[in-house]
Design a protein around this ligand. Structure first.
Ligand code: ATP
Length: 295
């Protein structure tokens, strides 16, 4: 007889926004958004170990994220226990690689990884759709983090339509040493001041043509001017990155991380080295495709 697995390892990758548009404020207080996102190979690594005592325990190497029920990964485990009436517990170990409060959906991806990891660990047999339904109770970006790859996210971000994959490229990311709260950015937002919106349909047409430069030219994030006004160092970082690459540079989500896309590894590496001197948190990674069917 095959031994029951007592622990599961899951990768929780970050996302970047190829576009971000905010359409209007809804009566429920959320903003209606229209975003194109893609998954990158910058990931937290999560181990889930079964516990017989029915308790949730969380361990992390990060000094900045909560280790209790405020952690989204913890809340994901609680939700799975409730929904599927599981009486087992779990020790969640998070090796944090994704910068926190950076616009890269680190917390949402950890939550998504715990949902799919516990589905495996406890053999719950839940479908991706069921996990996405649970995920949206935890955060608007969690359903995307379950699907991964390249997708359009509408509603408050939880309605996912899969798109043709982003053409292969290198991603150089730089996070200035400030944390930006997504809630603060949205509450400061004056929709009447938005002038340059992304042309989301054209961006999607470029993806369908596998046209890297077409995508790079269409990348827009309507939150940039609001974040740049409050944190001019983010605007300066973007200008500097544009000087290296010429196109394909954008702030991800509500910032402050700015990334640049490159088809040529050598050009990406030049920017990486150029940034290293004065920005501590810089990364160079590849894109990551859709979640494999088995997970
Ligand atoms: P998004 O792009 O979805 O807005 P973000 O990348 O800007 O997300 P996160 O890294 O997810 O931001 O962190 C946002 C807040 O959530 C932080 O203040 C952090 O303390 C809290 N948080 C709770 N659980 C986690 C987790 N597992 N990883 C990171 N942050 C977490």
């Amino acid at each position: 007889m095959e031994a029951e697995p007592l622990n599961v390892f899951v990768k929780a990758p970050a996302k970047i926004n190829l576009s971000l548009d905010v359409l209007y404020k809804r009566p429920d207080g959320y903003h209606e958004v229209d975003m194109v996102m893609t998954t990158i190979d910058l990931a937290d690594r999560i181990t889930l170990e079964d516990r017989a005592d029915g308790r949730i325990h969380l361990v992390t190497n990060s000094g900045v994220i909560p280790q209790d029920a405020r952690n989204l990964a913890w809340r994901a485990a609680e939700l799975v226990r409730e929904r599927f009436r599981v009486d087992r517990g779990v020790t969640i170990t998070i090796a944090k690689e994704i910068p926190v409060a950076a616009g890269l959906a680190g917390g949402s991806s950890d939550a998504a990884a715990v949902l799919s990891g516990l589905n495996q660990l406890w053999k719950l047999g839940a479908s991706l759709e069921e996990l996405m339904e649970l995920g949206k109770q935890l955060g608007s970006d969690v359903p995307f983090c379950l699907v991964r790859g390249t997708a359009r996210a509408t509603g408050r971000g939880e309605c996912i339509e899969e798109l043709p994959a982003m053409p292969p490229c290198w991603v150089v990311l730089a996070k200035p040493p400030i944390s930006v709260s997504t809630a603060d950015v949205y509450s400061d937002l004056d929709l009447a001041q938005i002038t340059a919106r992304p042309k989301t349909e054209s961006l999607i047409a470029s993806l369908a043509r596998n046209d890297f430069h077409g995508v790079a030219r269409q990348m827009r994030n309507v939150l940039e001017p609001f974040v740049f006004r409050k944190y001019p160092e983010v605007a300066r970082l973007k200008e500097q990155m544009l000087r290296f690459s010429g196109e394909g540079v954008l702030m991800s989500g509500s910032g402050p991380t700015v990334y640049a896309l490159f088809q040529q590894e050598s050009r990406a590496r030049r920017l990486l080295h150029g940034l290293k001197g004065f920005c501590k948190e810089v990364y160079m990674v590849r894109l990551l495709g859709k979640r494999p069917m088995s997970t």
